[in-house]
Ligand binder design. Structure first.
Ligand SMILES: NC(=O)c1ccc[n+]([C@@H]2O[C@H](COP(=O)([O-])OP(=O)(O)OC[C@H]3O[C@@H](n4cnc5c(N)ncnc54)[C@H](O)[C@@H]3O)[C@@H](O)[C@H]2O)c1
Length: 362
């Protein structure tokens, strides 16, 4: 008989449970999108419990997903002790994530689906990596585009050689560094076959005042560039273009429009000639969240920790975020990566969680 894995959720708010009510109809998103909706849709997982510090959010989660009040927890440590989940989702804000991950690993959780970015400092990222490696836990971070079929097709086309050797990637809209640019760092890592970043040069336009000594007091805007061990340069621009990305090789380029809503390609034959529009293959519009969960289920089935994401990818994402911050702190100097000695830390003292949209759109 095929095993069904016990899944539980810490952080039952927007990305944890209710964001489908916000993103339904968004052309770049295929539902289910929240963690809970993903477990609900996956035949190999049972969503058995949830934890949130906000009682109303917890109860609305339980009512929506059929999780009885006896399996709802205000303190996630009680959930870990009582429920012994196979898979734990952590959809809190980044400042709370490290301790919950470390407690989950200590409690014997075998797979983690954690939101991005991984945590709030480089030191935390390395402590998480050490714990996860030592315990042999599978992990995927919620940088959804890595599991979005349109972007998977881009990587397949690059690997086929159809645009020649990859040279540059341009990200045309970055958003805030932690909660949004983490997505763009990840998809560019993915499109570079996760080649190690070797340097970064960053600046924080209009957000310079948010770096107060070692503390990043709110979400900064990030711009800059990084380079990979394979010689690709990735540029992050703040422009009004809505989440477009371009990958450029010696004789072709692919543009992902609107966070992967659609894709176009231009190329020329390797032997020479003019660049011209080229056909872009069809791809299925299926749920990235569901694919991410299936990836964890497959790792559990095999009994290993190999996934399309993984802890090393999640840590590299943190190294890029803090590479940009440390480059800014060094006067905009180009820095070698990884920024192992970074002492900066993300900490928003006045952060108020939003009330999720509990009801589906009419
Ligand atoms: N993958 C995506 O496309 C996507 C989209 C939106 C948000 N996110 C990410 O998801 C994360 C959460 O975002 P959100 O907008 O849902 O956040 P939110 O602030 O609305 O919700 C976080 C929830 O976590 C709860 N929480 C905090 N500490 C807790 C603890 N110790 N125990 C139990 N519950 C705790 C809070 O009460 C809150 O309800 C962020 O990191 C964000 O970047 C990802």
């Amino acid at each position: 008989m095929v095993a069904t894995y016990r899944a539980a959720l810490v952080g039952c708010s927007r990305m944890g449970a209710f964001i489908d009510n916000e993103v339904a109809g968004n052309a770049s998103v295929a539902l289910p999108y929240s963690h809970a909706a993903g477990y609900e849709a996956c035949p190999r997982t049972d969503l058995v419990a949830g934890s949130d510090m906000r009682g109303e959010v917890l109860d609305r989660f339980g009512e929506r997903y059929g999780v009885d009040v006896s399996h709802r927890y205000l303190d996630y440590r009680d959930l870990l002790a009582n429920e012994r989940p196979d898979i734990l989702s952590i959809a809190t804000q980044p400042e709370q994530r490290a301790q919950i991950i470390l407690d989950a690993v200590a409690a014997g959780v075998r797979a983690l689906y954690v939101e991005k970015p991984l945590c709030a400092s480089i030191d935390e990222a390395y402590r998480i990596r050490d714990a996860i490696r030592a315990a042999g836990v599978a992990l995927n971070m919620g940088t959804n585009r890595r599991w979005q079929p349109g972007f998977r097709t881009v990587r397949t086309i690059i690997a086929s050689g159809a645009i020649g050797p990859l040279r540059s990637i341009v990200v045309y809209a970055t958003g805030t560094l932690f909660n949004t640019t983490s997505h763009w760092f990840d998809i560019t890592q993915y499109l570079c076959s996760d080649a190690s970043p070797t340097w970064a040069q960053g600046w924080l336009p209009g957000s310079e005042h948010l770096v107060d000594g070692d503390v990043v007091t709110d979400e900064p805007n990030g711009s800059g560039a990084y380079g990979t061990s394979t010689g690709v340069t990735v540029h992050f621009l703040r422009t009004p273009r809505p989440n477009d990305i371009e990958v450029i090789g010696d004789y072709g380029a692919i543009t992902a429009w609107g966070a992967g809503t659609s894709f176009t390609m231009r190329a020329r034959p390797a032997e020479g000639g003019n660049w011209a529009d080229a056909p872009y293959p069809d791809f299925p519009k299926t749920s990235s969240t569901l694919h991410l969960i299936e990836d964890l289920v497959e790792a559990l089935d095999r009994g290993d920790t190999t996934t399309a994401g993984g802890i090393d990818v999640a840590v590299t994402n943190m190294e890029l975020i803090f590479g940009f911050i440390e480059s800014f702190r060094a006067g905009g100097r180009r820095l070698d990566l990884p920024p192992t000695s970074s002492t900066a830390r993300f900490h928003r003292s006045g952060f108020q969680a939003r009330t999720p949209r509990f009801a589906a759109p009419a």
